[in-house]
Design a protein around this ligand. Sequence first.
Ligand SMILES: [Zn+2]
Length: 490
Amino acid sequence: MTSRVATAISIPFTEWVDANAERFIERLKEAVAIPSISGDSARRDDVFNMAHWLDGQLKSLGVDTKLVDLGTQNVDGKEIPLPPALLGQIGDFTSEAGKKKKTILIYGHFDVQPASKSDGWDSDPFVLTTVGDKLVGRGSTDDKGPILGWLNVLQYHHDNQKELPVNLKFCFEGMEESGSEGLDDLIVKEAKGYFAGVDYVCISDNYWLNDRTPVLTYGLRGLCYFSVTVSGPAWDLHSGVFGGTVYEPMTDLVTLLSKLVDNKGKILIPGVVDRVPSVTSEEIKLYEKLDYSIADIDKAVGAPIALSSDKVEVLMGRMRNPSLSLHGIEGAFSGEGAKTVIPAKVSGKFSIRLVPDQDPKEINKLVKVYLESEFAKLNSKSKLEVKPLSDGKPWVADYKNPNYEAARVATLLVYGKEPDFTREGGSIPVTLTFSDALGVNVLLLPMGRGDDGAHSTNEKLNRSNFIEGTKLLGLYLYEIGASINIDPKY
Ligand SMILES: [Zn+2]
């Protein structure tokens, strides 16, 4: 399993990474200190600052970069500028020897989810804080740590004047946490332009299943997100005056929401699960093999609330079955006290995670028809509006492709064990865009652990994952270079 080429090069590289760990953590600290929250328009300048910071880093490492204007975004009726996408390339794209090298396109995002101390963080979310082996801070694992992992790899080649084993292109964006606005068009437009000649794509923006075993991810669920609005009176009413005299929108809405999914997670909308293939015995064996237990779920969610005590059932629930979650009600009274309002208009928000071969367009239609027919049964005088807010298709890749094989060998070299091959419950829509627009294999090669808390309070990246993850990204590139073209005997 050990590769002559990778071993020969890996010893100095991995040793150098260990020797430079503190310097890398300092750089992560700098990145985390920029609160690049894409979902908060008041922080838009910080997302721009982050783009420029990253641009400067890449330039200093010899990457040829450009910031691409993605236009504007409408926020509450106001047009505000979208943060630029950051494209870059480094390598030899012109000589005969250079052209023989494989070209890998790296994707990452430099925006983060909102965070403030008052949400329940133990420390300032924008000050990278070391707690034991953990590096705590917003963006540490999602997705600044992994992006900086690539910078660390570049740093080795830059500082030691080493040639890269592959050619690299970069596509970094600052709107991932807000629907990647503007990026799809850019990828499609540049598929035969800036991204021409790309052999493989690598994305490090998801997580291990647990805190022990590295994974390679070859599938993602898709998503259909809905808003269902019920409106009645022209304004909010007082329940002491009008309770018992009018149809109340909230009552209708809660009734409708209760008809979408049962408390065991079973989707109740007719037709929605029809296209989901039934599970094969080969597939069940794959899930049985994964290093995962019910205790891992309990730990990840902080309570013993798994839907089943059967590991395979729970894994299938997360990876290969669709699910429906209720997220919230807009317009309803929330907060302290006992306000006796009858809200005039309320919108329920829910979404369905999709798997192959579910099609978002078809699901949108099924959901709309179902909610309208259920609403008709209520004989209410209120009004109903069902609106799909966003959607994304599910994705599955060929995990026997050389791109995955390189990552598998690199994992074995760095962690001393085989990775688990997983499908992820969430969606990274850009994955599908790259796969469709470029027509090449896409690999999801996560750096962080399942308990990193990517979108929650006290988000962290283990120091060991940052450092070993840096080695993993580097050796993955060497394996691609070694196994495919540098040494044909390998
Ligand atoms: Zn992310």
